[in-house]
Design a protein around this ligand. Structure first.
Ligand SMILES: Cc1ncc(COP(=O)(O)O)c(C=O)c1O
Length: 428
């Protein structure tokens, strides 16, 4: 087996994120093609994580790269008030993908500040300040977004934004009675409505990931989102659906909220909106909210609002998604992913748990305690396979580029199963 080429380096002139610098593991990324990326060492890695869930179009997409280059030649500098054709077309295309009634886009630089600005828009539009979000959630790293975040990442900077109330989710896997949706039609559905009524109609917005991503691929039980929508209406709160990780075809529908048949008030976007080829995010706004700002000030903005290079990357990404039928492709490959997840869970033996899957977003519960996390990480590195292994959640998340070949996916999942078998067979 090849030695691991990812080594700790503490001596860099820039910060690595989310950890102590001495533990950082720089990766010498130099490029890639399709579902593979390449390192300076010559290694070719199979990307079963779409980097950090943004590379939905895979690596080395010529169309998007050329579109960004052409945009740089055409118009590279802009200001928020600049009206140029690509910005208009992108906004129109995004709104066309949203449910009926969405009529305005607020552009941001990424997913965190999409949620940040959704908070501001919701507070201004409702005149209220409280915000509800769930414990099993991640909404971003900026101060407002991390305050909404329910997982442990918020704790390093608490106290967070005043007015954020966290609420339990539908973590059926953790139900003390062992009852799972659809058999259980009660407890998980009541948390948000009950909390909304206890907060005395003071809630500006409820933030939910349409499908919880990094915190465990949690697919809402039937009726859950509809009940959340009704409760928001009853209590005058806006419903914000965070599509940063699950949007843009990932789950076999353009937005993951399309599985639910409900209409939120705001939709936040980031990551794969540009396929990772540019820096952009967006808040899509329903007309019942945008109308508020027709004659009242929208008191928010960003210097790089709708930066032409990000806009060009996003516009071409949307065209590629449509032209190549990538949303249908994600739906069609769900069966292959599901079968691969089952193989992985079998390889884990008694340390395996539930598998969950929608489109090309899949999760396997694994007991990663007692050294199994490190063993599995090393086994994946040794096989040059990238997947997501968030330790705090005992979950392996698989989210390959939507362009991955069926055989490539099947073989890759087999390799992951082998890695699990090897890692869990070796007791620490
Ligand atoms: C659901 C969700 N929302 C928001 C964000 C923040 O996006 P970004 O890191 O691009 O700012 C993330 C990032 O992982 C996410 O998964």
């Amino acid at each position: 087996m090849r030695p691991c080429t990812i080594r700790p380096v503490a001596d860099h002139p820039y910060f690595f994120t989310w950890g102590a610098q001495k533990d950082a593991r720089p990766i010498s990324l130099v490029g890639g093609e399709g579902a593979h990326f390449e390192l300076a060492t010559g290694e070719r890695w199979l990307d079963l994580g779409s980097l950090i869930y943004q590379a939905n179009l895979g690596h080395g997409n010529r169309r998007v790269i050329d579109a960004v280059k052409a945009q740089a030649d055409r118009l590279c500098l802009a200001i928020p008030a600049a009206d140029y054709p690509e910005k208009r077309e992108l906004a129109e295309r995004l709104l066309a993908k949203a449910p009926d009634g969405f009529d305005r886009v607020f552009f941001t630089l990424g997913g965190s500040d999409a949620n940040e600005n959704a908070i501001k828009i919701a507070r201004m539009a409702t005149g209220k300040f409280k915000l509800l979000a769930r414990y099993r959630s991640y909404h971003g790293a900026t101060m407002g977004a991390v305050s909404l975040t329910g997982d442990a990442r918020r704790m390093a900077v608490e106290p967070g934004l005043p007015g954020v109330v966290h609420v339990s989710d539908f973590d059926c896997g953790a139900c003390p009675g062992g009852v799972r949706a659809p058999d259980c039609a009660h407890a998980p559905l009541t948390h948000i409505p009950a909390t909304l009524s206890r907060e005395g109609d003071g809630v500006a917005a409820v933030f939910v990931e349409s499908i919880v991503g990094a915190n465990g691929v949690l697919i809402p039980p039937p009726g859950y989102m509809a009940e959340v929508r009704d409760a928001c209406d009853r209590h005058g709160a806006l419903l914000v659906m965070d599509e940063v990780l699950v949007g843009f075809g990932r789950t076999g529908r353009f937005f993951a909220l399309d599985h639910e048949g409900i209409v939120p008030d705001l939709i936040t976007c980031g990551k794969a909106i540009t396929g990772g080829y540019g820096t952009l995010g967006a808040v899509l706004v329903h007309e019942r909210v945008s109308a508020h700002f027709d004659d009242r000030a929208l008191v928010t903005g960003l210097t790089h609002y709708a930066h032409p290079l990000g806009v060009a990357a996003a516009l071409e990404t949307l065209r590629v998604i449509d032209d190549e039928g990538l949303v249908d492709r994600a739906a069609a490959l769900e069966g292959t992913l599901r079968a691969g997840l089952e193989r992985i869970v079998q390889a884990a033996g008694t340390w395996g748990g539930q598998t969950r899957c929608r489109g090309l977003l899949g999760g396997v519960e694994l007991d990663l305690g007692a050294g199994r996390y490190e063993a599995l990480k090393s086994a994946l590195v040794a096989r040059c396979v990238h997947a997501h292994l968030p330790l705090q959640r005992n979950i392996l998340v698989i989210a390959p580029p939507l362009v991955i070949g069926e055989e490539e996916l099947r073989d890759g999942l087999g390799t992951v199963a082998d890695a699990v078998q090897e890692a869990f067979g070796v007791r620490p």
